[in-house]
Design a protein around this ligand. Sequence first.
Ligand SMILES: Nc1ncnc2c1ncn2[C@@H]1O[C@H](COP(=O)(O)OP(=O)(O)OP(=O)(O)O)[C@@H](O)[C@H]1O
Ligand SMILES: [Mg+2]
Length: 388
Amino acid sequence: MTVLWEPVRGAIDTFGIALGDDVTVVAHAASIDREVGSGDHHLVVIGPEVPAESAYELAEQLRIDRPAVGVVLLRHRLEVSVLTQALRSGIREVVQADDHAALVDAVRRSEALSARLGVAAGEPGSGGHVVTVFSAKGGVGKTTVAVNLAAHFATTGARTLLVDLDLMFGDVGISLQLPPTTSIMDLVSMTGHLDGQGLASVVQTHEATGLDVLVAPHDPADADRVPADLVSELIRLARSTYDYVVLDMPPSMPEHVLGAFDLSDLLVLVSTLDIPAVKNLRLAINTLDTLGAPQQNRLLVLNRADLKVGLSAKDVESAIGYPVSVGLPNTMSVPAASNRGVVLAVDEPKNPFATALREFADHKVRPRFGEEPTRNGSRRIGRRRRAK
Ligand SMILES: Nc1ncnc2c1ncn2[C@@H]1O[C@H](COP(=O)(O)OP(=O)(O)OP(=O)(O)O)[C@@H](O)[C@H]1O
Ligand SMILES: [Mg+2]
């Protein structure tokens, strides 16, 4: 299916025959991300009335964001300067607007290339899901939830990358006992031109689960050297090659975290039954609301939900304003697993924490993306839809 970007009315009458039946016409660039994000569109045709600079900008973004989506540019006149700039920005072809036969050919070539790229990227990886695990208080179980969730996805066959964005004190690497070799620091020199090969060269694979992991800098002093732009670039690239990108967060909201929120399809908010955790999470949610983050893309996880500490799940729900999607039990098996470098949800499948976590992943997270789990936990991917 094709998106035709043209602000002038009647474009569908002019180009409809050349573009075929499945065309969605949009007047603004802002609508394009939503259309291509649905995963159904593999071609954006930019009409002759769209300013060339805006066309280049969109093509540059799509090249990183959704490499399988092709861009064809229509111009009233073909000029060398436009052709050169178009090629540089990643536009596949520039076609004279009144040459409908050339447009038909360009569409066909672009669709063939998109089909090959889609397969290379491992569908549905070209539009993977970004799941961010956050709380505004330290020690509530963000890393525990992120690691278990990501590892569970990986063991069910989903290509999954876990990124430790707690840049100062990230402990994903140590809790999975990965050797301290590469880290996100190794990507800093690639900022602005990060590609799949670069990312693959720094990712480590957790052998027992097949989970790919990108760990935080080994030295907390390096945290400031990781630009927020790199983090956004990394997430965009990762979601074009993985089915799931799980982000483990610090208990604060620096710039790179805000950038990651913007790119997240789902926010998993973690709280425990203590007033500081609940209060801080409420304040963080207020900030997200103020920033215009979509409110429907949030799920609340109550960790150590069975502790009798005078605060109930109902109290947390009314303070936070979201229902508790899952209550995870308090169990010494959690720290014991991380001390052994194993993932509880995978290593001890019958443990109550593991069953609750998997239930959450399979019945609360996956359905958000149109995926239904089968009985043995493997994936059945239905019509994909972004939670946004
Ligand atoms: N359900 C649980 N039962 C028992 N212990 C748990 C549970 N969840 C987490 N823990 C333990 O609590 C500690 C903190 O958990 P974790 O590191 O996941 O929290 P965090 O929110 O990521 O912390 P930080 O903000 O420091 O990154 C760890 O030692 C972990 O093993
Ligand atoms: Mg943590």
